[in-house]
Design a protein. Structure first.
Length: 296
């Protein structure tokens, strides 16, 4: 059984498109699970699809906690299932689901598997992530290899926009760190489980189409505030103090330089920095914004 897990925050129309692309694969057993972070979204209950289950979060939990709610529910249903965490602003090409069971049967050693992600215009949006701790560099590959590749390629991290979990590899239910409200939770997730011996990889055999920033760009300032906060939290955890302080200084100076030409961007960076330094969790951003539950 494949469980497709997505998080709703006023994105019902996007989820409807995603569901339509999923339900074109009736031959593959699957269950669609939606964690509803917007309880007053009156459009969501109107969605109709076979094997659709909605979990009510009662409030905006953010992406990490919402995924944890869904993962916990799925794990109690089937601790050996395959879970596909997928953004609402994506959709599946034809015959996508049919490839997944075969892939995991052939390569059962995989724990966390990312997919290639394309934009609607056919450009590569994500093809694997790399981390260089000595520089504090979190890199995102956006180009295809020039030579033929294997079915999968190991990497440091994969995007939570489209992330497959093989629950058979986990002795207990995998969880995102709730300290992350949005952004970099996928990076932290992969690095934590890699340290436990889990294999992280990406495959070109499974792809999705993603409309970048269809949700998050509704409010640039808050998007960047969340991203900045999570970025600093990540650097603190995975780089040394010197690199962290250097990148914090560069980020702050860059924000000040942008105050006149790009005030929204600058303000978002400064809010993120100040919130991180004060160890706040951006409650005002969580409570009021409808732009944040999916990465750009």
């Amino acid at each position: 059984m494949i469980y497709l897990l997505t998080v709703n925050y006023y994105s019902t129309q996007l989820i409807e498109r995603l569901i339509h692309s999923i339900t074109t694969h009736p031959e593959t057993p699957h269950q669609i699970v939606i964690v509803n972070n917007s309880p007053d979204d009156h459009e969501l209950p109107q969605l109709r699809a076979k094997s659709l289950h909605i979990l009510e979060a009662q409030t905006n939990l953010g992406f990490s906690k919402a995924c944890n709610l869904g993962l916990t529910w799925i794990y109690t249903q089937d601790s050996k299932a395959i879970v596909w965490i997928i953004n609402p602003d994506t959709y599946l090409p034809e015959k996508t689901l049919t490839k997944i069971p075969i892939l995991f049967e052939t390569y059962p050693e995989l724990s966390i598997l990312g997919t290639y992600i394309y934009t609607p215009t056919g450009e590569v949006w994500f093809a694997g992530g790399q981390f260089i701790p000595e520089r504090g560099a979190i890199l995102c590959n956006k180009s295809l290899p020039t030579t033929a590749e294997n079915t999968y390629t190991t990497c440091d991290w994969v995007s939570g926009c489209s992330l497959l979990l093989n629950l058979q590899q986990f002795p207990s239910c995998p969880q995102f760190d709730p300290a992350y409200f949005l952004y970099y939770e996928d990076f932290d997730f992969c690095l934590r489980y890699a340290k436990q011996g889990h294999k992280i990889a990406i495959t070109s055999q499974i792809t999705v189409v993603h409309q970048p920033s269809a949700i998050a760009n509704r409010n640039i300032t808050k998007k960047i505030a969340h991203s900045t906060y999570s970025y600093l939290l990540t650097l603190e955890r995975y780089t040394n103090k010197a690199i962290f302080l250097l990148r914090l200084l560069r980020l702050t100076l860059h924000a000040l330089i942008l105050l006149l030409p790009k005030p929204q961007t600058a303000l978002g960076k400064l809010i993120g920095v100040s919130s991180y330094l004060g160890r706040l969790t951006l409650p005002s951003l969580k409570a009021r914004d409808s732009s944040f539950n999916q990465r750009a």
